[in-house]
Design a protein around this ligand. Structure first.
Ligand SMILES: [Zn+2]
Length: 143
């Protein structure tokens, strides 16, 4: 887990539909909502399943592995809570085609490419909450 590097980062918004996601992140787990009726995976968290409208929800821990679907760097205006312009990516998880908007850390824009393998990590906010971020997976497997 990365320490203190983005200590100015803003905290996530807390709602009763998303609190569990952040509680899982605090434990170092990237978990995704799974419908208890039809088994469909969904992100972001929501009160009912968009496939079958069931309110029966379960948490499913993900492997944390995925690939970059799309990416960009925001330079202007300077985003609040970052020392350097952050790399923002849409990461597709290896399970179920779930995509998350997230940050890629410890990389430069030139390092990123569509379909590049990434792995989850967690960074702290200013108030000590955990945010899932991703880093490029080690070349040649591993990670
Ligand atoms: Zn469902």
């Amino acid at each position: 887990m990365s320490e203190q590097r983005h200590s100015k980062r803003l905290d996530p918004m807390s709602t009763r539909n998303t609190d569990w996601f952040w509680e899982e992140a605090a434990e170092g787990r990237l978990s995704i909502q799974k419908c208890g009726q039809c088994g469909a995976l969904h992100h972001p968290p929501r009160p009912i399943c968009p496939e079958c409208h069931s309110a029966d929800r379960e948490l499913t821990p993900m492997s944390g592995r995925g690939t970059i679907y799309s990416f960009m760097r925001v330079s202007y205006p300077p985003p609040i809570g970052f020392d350097e312009p952050p790399l923002i990516a849409l990461v597709e998880l290896e399970e179920g085609g779930i995509r998350l908007i997230t940050n890629i850390v410890d990389a430069s824009l030139e390092d990123l490419a569509n379909d590049a393998p990434v792995i989850v990590d967690f960074e702290k906010t200013a108030k000590g909450r955990s945010l899932p971020v991703f880093r490029l997976a080690a070349k040649g497997g591993g990670a």
